[in-house]
Design a protein around this ligand. Structure first.
Ligand code: T3D
Length: 256
């Protein structure tokens, strides 16, 4: 179905794997298009309640494929390729995990930042590689990075472009958890399965309104919370959660 990525569902989780291992999964325009299609597919499939994005081989993603021509309009590459991918990820009201198996460089790091959770193998690393080729962080990197690590650290990482280990990334709050190479895939599967069995609607609403919190004042947020709670309060999962509590059993959420 796809040339540069693979897409499969395992249980309630969709797995999107960047699949150009000889180029450390560098992005091409075809890969952008395929990523958008895969994200949309995961979004519309009501059986999918969690999404994992990872890389084939030893890398997560090395960013833009630098073996392409240098006389392209990078602004247009971003508007047509990267930005729709980031927008589709953020708009998806399902939890998305970046399973960072190896190096995440340039726009590959941006992709990881745009996900809701980052689980890193101890072999993973992160590098704001843009500066080394005279470019600026893009694909949402300048939006997500300061929100995750604060302005001063974002400035340092973006300008100095030094590679940081998974452990350092976790200390900075960039990474949800770091796992040994041997346990990495099992841990990602377990984490995804856990998320996929949670109240998906509520997770989607948390994602939607946490994103809005950056540009809203308190009164707007109080109203957004009221709107979100009305929707969540009418969900089957809320009923199930209440019944399970009263009956002293574990809830069986369906995502409805
Ligand atoms: O539209 C636009 O262009 C603007 C948008 C820009 C967005 C961006 O992402 S700009 C930043 C682009 N990415 C980079 O600058 C990262 C370049 N790669 C590296 O710095 C290093 O490869 C890594 C730090 C990621 C990994 O280093 P290492 O030592 O583990 O591997 P390596 O030996 O450098 O790379 C292995 C192979 O992958 C090698 O090919 P070879 O020699 O075995 O045939 C290398 O050329 C290839 N490769 C790695 N990254 C890229 C790549 N090929 C094409 N594009 C890449 N980005």
């Amino acid at each position: 179905m796809f040339e540069t990525i693979s897409y499969e569902t395992r249980g309630k989780t969709a797995w999107i794997t960047l699949n150009r291992p000889d180029k450390l999964n560098a992005f091409t325009s075809l890969m952008h298009k395929e990523m958008v299609s895969a994200i949309k597919e995961a979004n519309k499939d009501s059986n999918v309640r969690a999404v994992v994005i990872t890389g084939a081989g030893r890398a997560f993603c090395s960013g833009q494929d630098l073996s392409g021509s240098t006389d392209t309009d990078y602004g247009e590459v971003l508007r047509k390729g990267y930005n729709p991918m980031v927008q589709a990820l953020v708009a998806m009201e399902k939890p998305v995990i970046a399973a960072v198996n190896g190096v995440a460089a340039g726009a590959g790091m941006s992709l990881a930042l745009a996900c809701d959770f980052r689980i890193a193998s101890e072999k993973a690393s992160f590098i704001e590689a843009f500066i080394h080729v005279g470019l600026v962080p893009d694909s949402g990197n300048l939006y997500f990075l300061p929100r995750l690590v604060g302005h001063a650290k974002a400035m340092e990482l973006a300008v100095m472009g030094e590679k940081i280990t998974a452990e350092q990334a976790q200390e900075l709050g960039l990474v949800t958890k770091t796992v040994s190479e041997e346990e990495f895939m099992l841990e990602v599967e377990t984490y995804a399965e856990k998320l996929a069995n949670m109240p998906t609607k509520a997770i989607g609403l948390i994602k939607r309104y946490l994103n809005k919190s950056w540009e809203s004042d308190l009164n707007e947020m109080l109203e957004y919370e009221a709107q979100a709670q009305k929707i969540a309060g009418e969900s089957k999962d809320h009923q199930e959660g209440l019944h399970a509590f009263l009956e002293k059993r574990k809830p069986a959420f369906t995502g409805k």
